[in-house]
Structure formats: C-alpha cells, structure tokens
Design a protein around this ligand. Structure first.
Ligand code: C5P
Length: 323
C-alpha cells in the first residue's frame, strides 16, 4: 500500500518514508534543538473517544495573556486583546461556532472545486501566507482565523504590516519556546523574533483580535502526539496544521479539515500557491507530521469516501464530547 493509503487507515511508521526524509528526521532527532525530553506514557491502543478526551483535557487552549513574567512587567496585560480567544465568538452572539473549516495549504487542494463548500462554514481557518485570491474555486474566499508562525512576523518578505492577507481576520501567532517553557529564555531568544512586530501591530491596530499561543499549549499538543505513538517522533513542535485543528476543536461544535490527510489528488506540490515540490511538506521532516496525521485519522468520524474525494476529515468539537 502507498503512504497515503496507509494514512487513510491510520497506520504509519518511519519506514514508509523515503531514505532522504528518514535521514532528515534522524538529523532533527540528534539536534534536539528545543531540548525535548519526554517522560510521559506511550499508550498503544486508546479508543477514538479516549484520545479525544485526552486531547480535550491535556490541550486546554491558552494564549500569552500578560499575567506571567517577563510579559507582566512589560505591560502585556494591557497590550493583548481584552477578550480571550475562547470568548471571541460570543461577540457575535453565538455560544460557539457550529461548523468550522480548516483549510491546509497542500498542493492537493488544487482542482478540488471545494471553495463553495468551505465558505459555507461559520468560521474558516487558514495558514501563514496562503492566499485565497485567484484560488477561490478550490479554497474559497472566507477567512475568519489565520494561524501564523513567527517567520511571517519576522521575515520582511511576507510584508506582514501591509499585505491584505493579514487584515480583517483574527490572527493567532506561535513560536516554539524550549520544551521546559522558560518564558524568560523564550523572550530573549525566540526561534524568529515575533515579539517586536507583535507589540507594534497591537499598538497600530488595537481593534484587530491578535493572540500569541502560549508555548506550553504547543508542547502539550506535542505530548499528546508522542503519548499515542510507539516510535520516537521528531522533537520539534507540531505543524501549524495540527495546532490549527486542535484550536478549532476548542472553538467549534464540528470541524471539517481539508487536505491534511491527503486525498487521491495527493502530490509532492508543497503549497497550492507555489511551484515548489517536496514530499516533506505532506509527510514531514522537521515537524512530526506523519504521526500528527495518523492521530487525526484515528479520531476522524467521516467516511473514507470523503477522504478520497475531498481530503476531508470530520471531527467533533470538544464541547460536544462527554468525558
Ligand atoms: O506550510 P505551512 O505550515 O504554511 O502549511 C500549513 C499547514 O498545512 C502545515 O502546517 C501542514 O499541517 C499542512 N500541510 C500539509 N501538506 C502540505 C502542506 C501543508 O499537510 N503539502
């Protein structure tokens, strides 16, 4: 069976990757840049329900709110949005979003014709610099949330301050701290410096909801992946895709994810909006992407036909499951 067929069944292992990707993975393991040391369990056969309950319990949504040092001394309690991310939808008079779509940037979404279906959701999450303009038929044009990694803020090529991609949406940024989550060390040396641009943006656009995920949230998500995988996963944070999926499970009653688990359109084209080919974008080298995807497939409640035709996974929101 091909890698994709195995993913559809949720059974994956490092041996399925090409020698090049296996080598890249090993290099990241020995570098262990974020000083990860995992001491938790490794459960082999949790049911989908148990897995969902573990995610709900262990991955409580949390953002930098200015209550901890060094951010408290820097006045961040007054800098961050006054409404917590979990309560944003209340402004629109809803108890939560009923239906949400997570649209990955995978090349396989090209020629899917999914745009209309995606736009029908109450909220749509997109990633990093992924555009909608020119790709509406396949990816839709509604954007409610955008998750951005720190490179988007730090690298001038993304024109974070001026590009329309980052306007009129709720922004959620993230950057990996050391695994032990020392906020002082993180503030002093983030992966890419997002703090300066964040402060500046908050001052210029105080009415735009813009949050930074708490680095402990990111690492607790990683713990859930390693805690349900027998093999050693890459000691690097989960991909933006996995972070976004779990974020939406915390905010929505039902979540549809598009082209995270690849459809039959699977391709090495990395992003739908760039002519760049690399299987690592879909299967992972830096991020533990293959294992993330296997976990998401284990909690998928949609039929295999949705996966094949639409690359679509259906997930319940945390508020709808009784643990
Ligand atoms: O590349 P970027 O991180 O901006 O893409 C957003 C997310 O979409 C990734 O973090 C990953 O989870 C998902 N993705 C994927 N396959 C691809 C490209 C992106 O699963 N080929």
């Amino acid at each position: 069976a091909s890698v994709v067929q195995r993913l559809w069944r949720g059974r994956v292992s490092v041996g399925m990757l090409s020698p090049r990707l296996q080598r890249a993975m090993k290099d990241y393991m020995s570098a262990n840049k974020h000083h990860v040391s995992y001491n938790g369990h490794r459960r082999s056969a949790q049911s989908a329900k148990e897995l969902l309950c573990q995610m709900k319990d262990q991955a409580r949504l949390s953002t930098v709110d200015g209550s901890e040092q060094p951010f408290s001394s820097l006045g961040w309690a007054r800098l961050v949005p006054s409404l917590p991310l979990e309560q944003l939808h209340r402004k629109q008079g809803q108890s939560s979003y009923k239906t949400c779509a997570v649209v990955t940037s995978a090349g396989a979404i090209l020629r899917s014709g999914l745009g209309k279906e995606i736009d029908m959701h109450d909220a749509v999450l997109r990633f990093n610099a992924a555009p909608t303009e020119g790709y509406e038929r396949d990816v839709g044009n509604k954007t409610t949330f955008r998750i951005i990694n720190s490179q988007i803020l730090a690298n001038p090529k993304h024109r974070f301050n001026t590009s329309s991609i980052y306007k009129n949406v709720t922004l959620v940024a993230w950057d990996p701290a050391p695994y032990t989550v020392n906020l002082h060390k993180w503030y002093a040396s983030p992966d890419y410096n997002l703090f300066g641009p964040y402060v500046e943006h908050r001052k210029l656009h105080p009415d735009q909801p813009f949050y930074i995920l708490h680095p402990s949230y990111v690492w607790r998500l990683w713990d859930v992946i390693q805690g349900n995988t027998q093999e050693n996963i890459q000691p690097n944070p989960p991909s933006s895709g996995f972070i976004g999926i779990l974020l939406m499970m915390a905010l929505c009653e039902q979540v549809h994810v598009y082209e995270y688990i690849p459809s039959m359109r699977q391709t090495d084209l990395c992003h739908y909006h760039e002519r760049y080919y690399d299987a690592a974008c879909t299967l992972g080298a830096y991020h533990p992407l293959l294992y993330e995807k296997s976990l998401i497939q284990r909690i998928n409640t949609g039929p295999e036909g949705d996966l094949r035709r639409k690359g679509r996974v259906t997930l319940p929101g945390f508020s709808t499951i009784d643990c």
